[in-house]
Design a binder for this molecule. Structure first.
Ligand code: HPA
Ligand code: ZN
Length: 326
């Protein structure tokens, strides 16, 4: 079989996906119309032309503006079901989906509208596509600790349907230590823990995510490679890294996919995985990420199998479910 067929046929979990980042320009236009929200674009082509970023903040500005069209439970449902259809076509059998409640509650959209729309799409995805999923509530790190606590509080009625908390948005200047107490409160409520670290931020932020947040995996983690002692620790602890090749390229974390460190991570004994991050903005869903990095780095089929296996062992599924997938 050819590479694309092999990749699509490989059962995999997606561990790093921001549902707001799966908003395709066509759906953005449809929701803008449905909700009578003005958007600063004349056409779908205009939108795609705006997706040229030189760093994370460039992207975040456009990503938060795009999310303005999301207003009702039906919008969040439609957003998520569109993601699940594409993920299923790419061979995803389990997805752990990040959502950014503050992006919506700060615009007056009730937490309930956001999460009930996502949960209803998750039920349809399991029943009709056979894709299981869970939710990761991500705190926006450019906002305050107090705002993060308020978000955890707002999530109270749904905590049994949220697997984990995460930490995203502008990394540099917002170290994990800012959220140590919120993450301790989330752990005390039985939530699993992940955080973006080492995408643009220094290795020190990865150390903090481990020591102060108690993360069970690291989202991105690229810059951990600058610190050999940290690499040794991540390998010894079997820490999963949720790596996002096309994201890294579009946000200039790497200059060229030919220089992407994914196979270097595997060679160092790190449990790397491949994920799509914000596929509508970065040019492809999970299979496109596997294909692009496999071609650019000459990955073997054994490497691809390892990456897919790591996606299950690094998931927040219970051990029995992981055992069924690997
Ligand atoms: N990094 C930080 N915050 C984000 C990202 C990312 O890649 N995508 C969506 N929010
Ligand atoms: Zn991300």
């Amino acid at each position: 079989t050819d590479l694309a067929t092999f990749i699509a046929g490989l059962p995999k979990a997606e561990l790093h996906l921001h549902i707001e980042g799966s908003l395709e320009p066509e759906l953005m236009f449809a929701l803008a119309q449905r909700n009578r929200v003005a958007i600063p674009y004349g056409s779908v082509e205009d939108v795609r032309a705006a997706y040229a970023f030189s760093n994370l903040q460039d992207f975040l500005d456009i990503y938060y503006a795009g999310a303005e069209v999301l207003r009702t439970r039906a919008d969040f449902h439609d957003l998520a079901i569109a993601y699940f259809r594409r993920a299923a076509a790419d061979g995803v059998v389990h997805a752990e989906i990040m959502f950014d409640p503050q992006t919506h509650t700060d615009r007056g959209i009730p937490f309930a509208e956001v999460i009930e729309g996502l949960l209803s799409a998750m039920r349809v995805a399991e029943a009709e596509l056979g894709v299981t999923s869970s939710l990761i509530l991500s705190f926006l790190r450019h906002l305050s600790e107090e705002a993060a606590f308020a978000t955890l509080e707002a999530a109270g009625p749904w905590l049994d349907r949220i697997a984990a908390v995460g930490l995203d948005s502008s990394e540099v200047g917002h170290p994990p230590e800012k959220f140590a107490r919120v993450f301790a409160a989330a752990r005390a409520r039985g939530l699993r823990i992940t955080a973006h670290a080492g995408e643009e931020g220094p290795p020190e932020y990865v150390h903090q995510a481990l020591d102060l947040l108690g993360v069970e995996r690291i989202d991105h983690g690229n810059r951990a490679l600058e610190d050999p002692a940290l690499v040794a620790r991540l390998a010894a602890e079997g820490m999963t890294l949720t790596v996002c090749p096309l994201s890294n390229l579009k946000l200039c974390v790497v200059g060229d996919l030919a220089d992407h460190p994914l196979d270097g991570m595997l060679a160092l004994g790190l449990k790397a995985t491949v994920n799509s991050d914000d596929p509508a903005y970065f040019g492809g869903y999970i299979a496109a990420n596997y294909r692009a990095v496999a071609e650019a780095r000459g990955l073997s089929r054994a490497d691809l199998v390892t990456l897919a296996r790591n996606s299950f062992t690094g998931s927040f599924l219970p051990p029995e479910a992981i055992a069924r997938h690997v």
